[in-house]
Design a protein around this ligand. Sequence first.
Ligand code: SAM
Ligand code: SF4
Ligand code: SF4
Length: 347
Amino acid sequence: MGARIPLRIDTAPPLDRRSRALTDLRISVIDRCNFRCPYCMPEDDYPRDHQFLSKAGRLRFEEIERLARIFAGLGVRKLRLTGGEPLLRRELPELVRQLASIDGIDDIAMTTNGSLLPKSAKALRDAGLQRITLSVDTLDPEAYRSLSGDRGDVADLFAAIDAATAAGFNSLKLNSVVMRDINDVHVLDMIEHFRGSGHILRFIEYMDVGTCNEWRLDRVVPSAELRERIGARWPLRALPANYGGEVAQRWEFVDGGGEIGFISSVSEPFCGDCTRARLSADGRLYTCLFANSGHDLLGPMRAGASDAELAALIAAVWSSRDDRYSEIRGRAGASQRKHVEMYEIGG
Ligand code: SAM
Ligand code: SF4
Ligand code: SF4
């Protein structure tokens, strides 16, 4: 590869129509997944022969790196790799290494189901990955199997936690999508297991993402209710946010058992602080998890657009952003709108 020409972008960091900056970029590196979680990619809608993106239809690593560099020039400081299942993307540590070299990026994280992590945890760490979030909806072996669409094994999850810790990822975030009468009954067992481990369990309210998970409001366990249930066993007290716009509300066990978090996008929406953009594996820019369409960046890029032109395009999209779906979910018509699928933009 020739010498890199320093990126000069004259476009100023944009603010959207609600004065929100663009500081976080979630990059879906692949739309495929080896699980079929019923709340995300139900087996009936995504059988084994489902047609996902072809290799040619996906952003190449150098395209992802180029776009990330342009986003960094517009104010992005944090990157999160996601999917589908990001570890299905070959040579992922190489992408991390490229992203870690971008000026202005000070945090690179990944969200994964963990099933393939033992093979690459060390290489990812060495390449510059700073943090890992693992999805852990239950520790009950049968329920885990069922919540992965009959594909995951809880033993592999424990192996992933061990491998990540051995590779130097000390405090993992463990995300659990809580659904009433499905896995809410396993919450206390999960806490019992992870209390004192240094890992942080975070309970996510089940969301009406995508089009096929048959979401129902009565399946959502509001964080306030869950906190009460947990607090009755282990008293809790609130902690201040680590930084403005933090998605999870932080709580700690009064007895010193560590920290847990609640992501309450249904009962307590946080759109006012939402500084996150999402890049799909086919190079579309989404300005909200519940958007119904994205803005194509791959087409212009492959047609020869310059960095400055791409920056201007991204800034224009962000400047016209007015999204606040979670705040208006209850309004007539809002939830009937078609939403992009979660596995396309990675949560
Ligand atoms: N495959 C990886 C994983 O599961 O960790 C990364 C992609 S997955 C789409 C990202 C996150 O979205 C996961 O933590 C998953 O639990 C969450 N998620 C998926 N569908 C959801 C839903 N309906 N409500 C809330 N969270 C959801
Ligand atoms: Fe796959 Fe993650 Fe979606 Fe589950 S939540 S189906 S692991 S992309
Ligand atoms: Fe951000 Fe959209 Fe979620 Fe609101 S609903 S927090 S705007 S992604």
